[in-house]
Design a protein around this ligand. Structure first.
Ligand code: ADP
Length: 488
């Protein structure tokens, strides 16, 4: 159990229509610490009935929240932002306990997550329509942007705060109301955010949280209920496809942040030390459990040996352990299934000829989910590791000869979320950044997430953008009003 300065932030109930309530049936499920398998707390196990109630409350609340002025909504969001920042340490402790990431990363995520609330508090005041010259002199044409209505959000466990604020903040700023189903692995941060939102004055029903272990039951209600006008989802491509299909019946708007298979390309004109720093940040953050983590490291042949050597040296300095302990840089994977999946991907690559330069075997104690940071050489495109999202601290190295070959390999995937490359030649920088079929491209940079820029994928990595001035558009409908009879 994490030690919190404000114990009020540790919540175990559903938050529906401004009330903290148990599941109707009284059922609970355990939230555990991935570092050692210990139980943190039992929390309410909601299902379809509770979700339906939250949606009904959101529909009622929408009538009044949409009429609140943008300035007032902004003020509420700014209070929420302040409270998140004030409670940063408690939120970070909760996050490391339920998710496993090192405390320094958790503190960073609280800042990053809060930044979306601050940003959209500001953007919500800058929603503009147009006036358009009509073909008919008797007409005037105006457009206005209106909130889409009740929103449903489904979020993953790898960023237990940021993936929520990216969705909830623009929705509320736009005048929508929202029902959130967080991942069952990390519901405590979601409930703590709701408690802080309540303290900030977000009215009942405007933001509800339904925690539960039966994701498909809650998901069926969120996607099937005609009162929900939009679904925003972050998670795997497979579940995203299921949810898109479910939303088709009631033609909901959707935003989808799905899987990735990020290439990280090191050209022969790169600053190799910088490239190693970027690769470390992009690959090993959150123990490799992000959708923008480098998944395939492509290195031009002439610099391959030097890069591999420097990377191995840097990896040797990582410290694996409980994220709550000082100096730890790689925490546990989220659960045993994740550990088994990473092991199996690596073992399969090794059986097919990949060479382990460092790492591979993790701790496999009964309740321990550690995988040691690994670098694999001699990887080639035919191996499964180049086509699956690894979601673990494993860096597969491939070589290439020419720019064209690097681009071809990089784009040979149905995914298109993030790509990275290191090069100094200005012509190459322009050519490669244009040729990569990815929504986000980091050039000489391994960390690309920020609230001020549009985050999102092409191809099977998703639909829509989060953050930036574009992030609020997904929560707005454009209405065109034609004013006739002007001269009569
Ligand atoms: P991950 O591999 O990151 O867990 P998932 O796509 O399985 O990715 O999960 C992301 C979110 O989607 C989680 O909140 C999870 O509970 C939820 N989820 C999983 N399956 C379904 C489903 N069938 N319907 C609705 N939500 C689901």
């Amino acid at each position: 159990m994490p030690t919190l300065a404000n114990t009020d932030l540790l919540r175990a109930q559903l938050y529906i229509d401004g009330q903290w309530v148990a599941a109707d049936c009284g059922k609970t499920f355990a939230v555990t610490n991935p570092a050692d398998g210990t139980k943190i707390i039992d929390i309410a196990d909601g299902g379809a009935v509770e979700t339906r109630r939250a949606i009904a409350a959101a529909e009622t609340a929408f009538d009044s929240w949409r009429k609140v002025t943008a300035k007032e909504r902004s003020a509420t969001l700014k209070r929420w932002y302040q409270l998140i920042i004030e409670h940063r340490e408690d939120l970070a402790q909760l996050m490391t306990a339920e998710q496993g990431k090192p405390l320094a990363e958790s503190r960073g995520e609280v800042n990053y997550g809060a930044a979306f609330v601050e940003w959209f508090a500001e953007e919500g005041r800058r929603i503009y329509g147009d006036t358009i010259d009509a073909n008919d002199p008797n007409q005037r044409i105006i457009t206005r942007k209106q909130p889409v209505g009740v929103v449903a959000a489904i979020t993953p466990w790898n960023f237990p705060i940021a993936m929520i604020t990216r969705k909830v903040a623009p929705a509320l700023a736009a005048g929508c109301t929202i029902v959130l189903k967080p991942a069952k692995e990390t519901p405590l941060c979601a409930l703590a955010l709701a408690a802080l939102g309540e303290a900030a004055g977000i009215p009942p029903g405007v933001f509800s949280v339904v925690t539960g272990s039966r994701a498909s039951e809650i998901g069926a209600e969120l996607t099937g209920n005609p009162s929900v006008r939009k679904l925003t989802f972050t998670g795997s491509t497979a579940i995203g496809k299921t949810l898109l299909a479910q939303c088709a019946e009631t033609i909901k708007k959707t935003s989808m942040e799905l899987g990735g298979n990020a290439p990280f390309i090191v050209f022969d004109d790169a600053d190799l030390d910088e490239a190693v720093r970027g690769a470390m940040a992009s690959k090993y953050r959150n123990a490799g459990q992000t959708c923008v983590c480098a998944n395939r490291i492509l290195v031009q042949e002439s610099v391959y040996e030097a890069f591999a050597q420097k990377l191995v040296q840097a990896v040797a300095e990582l410290k694996v352990g409980n994220g709550a302990d000082d100096g730890v840089t790689i925490g546990p994977l989220i659960n045993r299934a994740a550990l088994d999946k990473v092991s199996s991907i690596v073992n399969c690559a090794v059986e097919n000829g990949a060479e382990v330069l460092i790492g591979r075997e993790g701790s496999r104690g009964a309740e321990e989910n550690y995988y040691y940071p690994t670098v694999l050489a001699n990887v080639n495109e035919a191996m499964d590791i180049c086509h699956e999202e690894i979601f673990g601290p494993v860096a597969p190295l491939l070589t290439f000869h020419t720019e064209e070959e690097a681009i071809r390999i990089a784009n040979a995937t149905p995914y298109g979320l993030a790509a990275y490359f290191y090069a100094r030649d200005i012509g190459r920088v322009s050519r490669v950044s244009e040729a990569l079929d990815y929504g986000i491209v980091g050039v000489n940079e391994g960390i690309i997430s920020t609230e001020v820029a549009p985050f999102g994928g092409m191809k099977e990595s998703g639909i829509g953008r989060e953050g930036s001035k574009y992030g609020i558009e997904d929560y707005l409908e454009i209405k065109y009003v034609c004013l006739g009879g002007v001269n009569r």
